[in-house]
Design a protein around this ligand. Structure first.
Ligand code: SF4
Length: 155
């Protein structure tokens, strides 16, 4: 278990630590559970990614599927904030789209007193009445890709 293993390090040391983790994994056949906020680091080192919001699991998928087709609005907002070398990308229907950063409004609620039902509803641009009253279950929307949202994206 590695909790923010490189967050306090400068970039060159980050690379050394990440390479060391990779070498140890290959040599010893290790499995890591890595907790991190840096989405670039997660993309580089993880095979499967679980996204959490206020202590709840909201999305679980393979790394490639999650970064290509995020389905929970919180994941979509997180990934929209990552600088991309490709400001234009292909939408699922084949159209070319400009990547837009989604700016969430409002403060993160206190984890000691989280909002009821979907905990993200106070900041979600897609929230509807049901989101305030019914907690969305974690549902498999594609093979190996689970999402807890009443109105997921890319579905
Ligand atoms: S359940 Fe509703 S509020 Fe929660 S993430 Fe989905 S759309 Fe947004």
């Amino acid at each position: 278990m590695a909790d923010e293993p490189v967050s306090a390090l400068d970039v060159s040391i980050q690379a050394q630590v990440i390479n060391l983790l990779g070498d140890l994994q290959a040599e010893l056949g290790l499995t890591y559970v890595i907790i991190a906020h840096d989405l670039s680091v997660i993309r580089h080192v993880c095979d499967r990614v679980a996204v959490m919001y206020l202590g709840n699991l909201v999305e679980l998928a393979s790394r490639d599927d999650l970064y290509a087709r995020p389905r929970h609005p919180y994941t979509v907002a997180l990934l929209s904030a990552v600088p991309s070398p490709e400001p234009v990308h292909r939408a699922p229907d084949g159209r070319r789209q400009r990547r837009e950063r989604i700016r969430l409004t409002g403060d993160v609620p206190s984890p000691l007193n989280p909002p009821p039902a979907c905990r993200f509803h106070t900041r979600c641009w897609k929230a509807q009445e049901v989101c305030k009253t019914e907690q969305p279950p974690l549902v498999e929307l594609a093979p190996g890709h689970q999402v807890a949202c009443h109105f997921p994206e890319n579905s």
